[in-house]
Design a protein around this ligand. Structure first.
Ligand code: SAM
Length: 234
């Protein structure tokens, strides 16, 4: 899979791309991540200005339409595969595990990171990206949101995780869409807290039943909106 990240701050991704699972996935050629500095398409050289004041007044600056459209259209041609375009915006569709799973089936994703007060609306009108939000809060820019999406999607790609089953059983995932059950490792007892005995007995059916029950109970207590019976269209 190929990601193209359009940003005014490409260096924000430096550390992230060289760590842990993501670095390994890149080394093993399971994923390519290309960063593109929006300023490289700025008409106003040498200042490389990409923003301007909003018509109608108001605080802050907006990223201009022509620079963004030129950049996205040029980036699009850098690979033969068409890119699924995603514009990061607090006003977008909420990012969640089903969307991550859907994105993981794409060959190529382009992520447009806003800054300042965001993009001129005509960026959306012309480029028709999917607008995606990572939550009901406002970040300074789309870069952290882009990292959230890359991170959640890359771990779903075949071969990235050591055990493919872990991303089926994870919270919210396609196994049952509930929260994950509690997990324990050694020691068996610590400060009077013991590992539940069912996990030590080797009875796989009993362990699976216990985990199912724990997953349901944890979801009921913390996120009852996730239970199938509480889904709006149930
Ligand atoms: N004025 C915008 C609004 O109220 O919707 C917020 C602009 S924000 C300061 C700058 C950029 O950060 C946005 O254009 C977007 O790319 C990114 N951003 C901020 N919060 C986000 C969120 N919750 N999800 C995705 N992107 C976000």
């Amino acid at each position: 899979m190929r990601f193209d990240i359009v940003t005014l701050f490409p260096a924000i991704f430096d550390g992230y791309l060289t760590q842990s699972l993501l670095d390994k996935a890149i080394q093993r050629k399971l994923v390519e991540i290309h960063r593109h500095d929006l300023r490289d398409w700025a008409a106003d050289t040498p200042h490389r200005k990409v923003d301007d004041r909003p018509f109608g007044g108001g605080p802050g600056m907006l990223i201009q339409v022509h620079t963004t459209v030129d950049c996205v259209e040029a980036v699009e041609t850098m690979d033969a595969k068409p890119a699924r375009r995603i514009l990061l915006s607090p006003g977008g569709k909420r990012f969640d595990q089903p969307l991550a799973e859907d994105l993981a089936t794409s060959d190529r994703i382009m992520l447009l990171c806003g800054r300042y007060e965001g993009f001129d609306q005509r960026v959306v009108d012309i480029l028709q990206p999917e607008e995606v939000s990572v939550g009901d809060f406002v970040l300074n820019g789309g870069e952290v949101a882009a990292m959230v999406i890359v991170d959640a999607v890359v771990r779903l790609l075949p071969g990235v995780l050591g055990d493919e089953n872990s991303c089926i059983e994870d919270s919210f995932s396609r196994g049952n869409r509930l929260l994950e059950f509690p997990q324990y490792t050694r020691p068996r007892e610590y400060r009077g807290h013991e590992v539940p005995s069912v996990l030590l007995g080797g009875d796989h059916k009993a362990i699976a039943d216990w985990r199912d029950a724990q997953s349901r109970e944890r979801t009921r207590q913390r996120r009852s909106d996730l239970l199938p019976e509480n889904k709006p269209n149930n």
